[in-house]
Design a protein around this ligand. Sequence first.
Ligand SMILES: [Ca+2]
Ligand SMILES: [Ca+2]
Length: 214
Amino acid sequence: MAYQNPQNPDALPCPAAPKLVYQGEEELTTEQLRDIFNGLDTSRLGVITEKQLAQNLVNSDRTKFDAYTVNMMVRMFDSDRSGDLNFSEFVGLWQFLDRWRTIFNRFDTDRSGNINMAEFKNTLVSFSYRLSDSFIEFLFRNYDRENKGVITFDLFMQSCITLKRMTDTFKKYDDDRDGFITINFEDFVSEFLRQMKRVMFVDDSKSAPSGGFY
Ligand SMILES: [Ca+2]
Ligand SMILES: [Ca+2]
């Protein structure tokens, strides 16, 4: 049962800073998205910044989206490279979240609203990754930030996209697809720095992940 203030039954419980709770349960109309956008665009400039998004975007369990996830999405959808998102760029980001929500729901088989180790493993197997259990556990622990044995929606998305990017980088060097590469020092540092800049394979990442091959 939801908490109700006995003095004012219509009052919302725990009034807090405005949060954009990403539920992803229904498709929003353009008007609804416009309302959300305007709510975030507090400076009334017709754009929202990464900071405004990061401060307000939360998962359905009210945990904030990870800063890296927000940064990654803004870079993906800031088509005019202005550093912030106009309304049409924001709509692109929202549709991207919806596509990932569909994937997330497919693998959240116990409908808990988060991803446990077994569900994470099923996800990677479905994406054709052939990874050892110990490596999958290592990955999982990396994204299980609160050490609760589960991964939230935004980190699930981030983990899949990051793994796909790393796989694509690796494949560039693994011509014979045997899972081993030889890389010279300069190429290694270059790839590392590109990853640090978080701009690699931006277009690839907009679509659902395909086969892993490793
Ligand atoms: Ca922009
Ligand atoms: Ca689950």
